[in-house]
Write a protein that binds this ligand. Structure first.
Ligand SMILES: Cc1cc2nc3c(=O)[nH]c(=O)nc-3n(C[C@H](O)[C@H](O)[C@H](O)COP(=O)(O)OP(=O)(O)OC[C@H]3O[C@@H](n4cnc5c(N)ncnc54)[C@H](O)[C@@H]3O)c2cc1C
Ligand code: SF4
Length: 503
């Protein structure tokens, strides 16, 4: 039984982040390991509350991670059992423990009335890292089912499904059009949030479990949907939601130096991946155009994960100044109980480690124009303060007269969200169309309109979170296993579409 008084003896504590001047001079992760003693202390704060909302798929963790159980196993020093319990619901806790926004913590009973929740995510990552340090034992299936599954896309949704299906005895091939496996974990999210060795350690386990990886294969172009269906008994589409939203009507959008955020992040990630090469790889777009913040005034448009990642990258590349623009007013730091009562996910100011590294956040502004330097390159961004309101279900943005000003800008990064999955040949080949949100619909059994073709992750729910991608990958794998005739059922979250964080 957990310690019912631990939270009275111990306050919430996280490991100190690496000092800013040190960490922006390299690409390594911001957080050092917490150490067993701190984690044991923090796990002790988990009380034996009657209903652990943190663990609930509908309010807390979309994976239904058995949080109180593994907290207590850590408290009692039972690390092997903690590793087992965590992996029972989550294929990749080393990713979620580092990157999840932790709706579980927002739903922790200790957080009621402004209290400090248990450091659930930190405990999770320490258990995951302990598992990797012990060596991740492969768990190959004892017998083959004789059935084969194609997984298209190697992000967390595709990888979670691949692991579940391979362990159930199916022959799984993961097709990825990039040159490396991992989806957004590999070339979207920077190393200071997730060092790529974590992906590689997990891939070694999947390989040993029999998963086949084929990189550099664009399904719909290099291999047609028909060919894929001939070669496999079922297909899972997990192609993400990589259609970047744009601002095509803003004057000056065509200027040199105005780019999609993902172009910048992918180029930067590729440089880090090639570290040690001589000469070092320059950061360039696929067409060879340089894209690097070194010595530049940078303006990032957007307020989410992608924008914060661009901010951290810009500082590490040596930007001379960075502004990050947000359309909405600065949220409050504390939960508004009337609007977002516990245990729902609150709308509060999200401070990422990148924000303590420098730059200026500007709220309640909208770009009116990207200003030309006379040679066709951007030299500034003209912004105005705005009010934002909902009218007839539509967002109406109104500039405040007399508030326009210019911010210097040699590099502008658009991090204004994603418009769903990309329009690409495989959709028509499978007879699928994007819905109003740009996503691909499924039935309750995760099957699309095409028989034997399933969908999961961002491609299904729109741009979302890693924890959701894993949850949907597990749920779709369970559905595919049933479609292929079993035997039995695979474990999966029960209601992965009913969470308050759902996009
Ligand atoms: C910059 C950035 C930072 C983020 N930070 C966080 C964070 O901190 N925490 C968090 O929880 N979430 C974060 N997210 C969101 C998270 O990364 C995604 O929700 C998650 O990766 C979705 O997983 P997925 O498997 O559905 O798709 P993806 O990870 O997008 O993977 C899809 C894969 O499919 C491949 N593919 C597409 N079409 C084809 C084809 N025709 N043939 C072969 N392969 C194909 C793509 O190349 C890609 O590799 C972030 C997203 C971005 C963009
Ligand atoms: S995956 Fe996210 S929500 Fe679930 S326990 Fe981990 S941090 Fe919490």
């Amino acid at each position: 039984m957990p310690d019912p008084n631990g939270f009275l003896r111990h306050g919430r504590r996280l490991p100190a982040r690496r000092p800013v001047p040190v960490r922006i001079s390299d690409w390594r992760e911001v957080y050092p390991p917490a150490g067993a003693e701190l984690i044991r202390e923090q796990a002790t704060r988990c009380m034996d509350c009657g209903i652990p909302f943190c663990h609930s798929e509908t309010a807390g963790c979309p994976l239904a991670n058995r949080i109180p159980d593994w907290n207590d196993l850590v408290r009692t020093g039972n690390w092997d059992a903690a590793v087992e319990t965590l992996h029972a619901t989550n294929n990749f806790p080393e990713f979620t423990g580092r990157l999840c926004p932790a709706p579980c913590e927002a739903a922790c009973v200790l957080g009621i009335a402004g209290g400090d929740p248990v450091t659930i995510k930190q405990v999770e990552v320490e258990i995951a890292d302990a598992a990797v340090a012990r060596g991740l034992p492969p768990r190959p299936a004892s017998a083959s089912s004789g059935r084969s599954v194609a997984v298209v896309g190697s992000g967390p949704a595709g990888l979670a499904a691949a692991q579940q299906l391979a362990r159930a005895g199916h022959a799984v091939t993961v097709y990825e059009r990039d040159d490396a496996i991992g989806g957004l974990l590999r070339y979207g999210i920077p190393d200071f949030k997730l060092e790529k060795r974590h992906i590689d350690a997990r891939l070694a386990q999947l390989l040993a479990e029999g998963v086949v990886f084929r990189t550099g294969v664009n399904i719909g172009v290099d291999v047609t949907a028909e060919q894929l269906r001939e070669q496999h008994d079922a297909v899972l589409l997990a192609c993400g939601a990589l259609q970047g939203r744009d601002t095509p009507t803003t004057p000056g959008r065509q200027l040199r130096g105005v780019h999609q955020a993902m172009a910048h992040l992918v180029a930067a990630n590729r440089v880090v991946a090639a570290a040690g090469e001589d000469p070092p790889a320059p950061a360039t777009l696929p067409d060879g155009t340089p894209i690097d913040a070194a010595g530049k005034h940078v303006v990032i448009i957007g307020g989410g994960d992608t924008a914060a990642d661009c901010l951290g990258v810009a500082h590490r590349q040596g930007a001379v100044g960075v502004h990050q623009l947000d359309l909405y007013p600065r949220p409050s730091q504390a939960r508004d109980e009337a609007r977002d009562p516990w245990p729902t996910w609150p709308w509060i100011l999200r401070e990422y480690p990148a924000h303590e590294e420098g730059g200026e956040r500007v709220f309640a502004v909208a770009v009116q124009e990207f200003v030309d330097d006379g040679t066709g390159a951007v030299r500034a961004v003209r912004v105005a303060e705005v009010t934002v309101e909902k009218r007839d279900g539509r967002r109406v943005v109104t500039p405040v007269p007399g508030t326009e000003r210019e911010l210097p800008a040699d590099l502008v990064l658009l991090a204004v969200g994603f418009d769903g999955t990309e329009e690409q040949p495989l959709l028509a080949q499978f007879g699928l169309t994007r819905n109003a949100r740009g996503a691909i619909d499924s039935r309750a059994d995760w099957q699309t309109g095409a028989d034997g073709v399933f969908v999961a992750g961002d491609m299904h729910r729109g741009a979302s979170l890693i924890v959701w991608a894993i949850a949907e990958g597990r749920a779709a794998a369970a559905a595919i296993h049933t479609y292929l005739g079993g035997p039995g059922t695979l474990p999966a979250p029960v209601h992965p579409t009913s969470h308050p964080l759902a996009v």
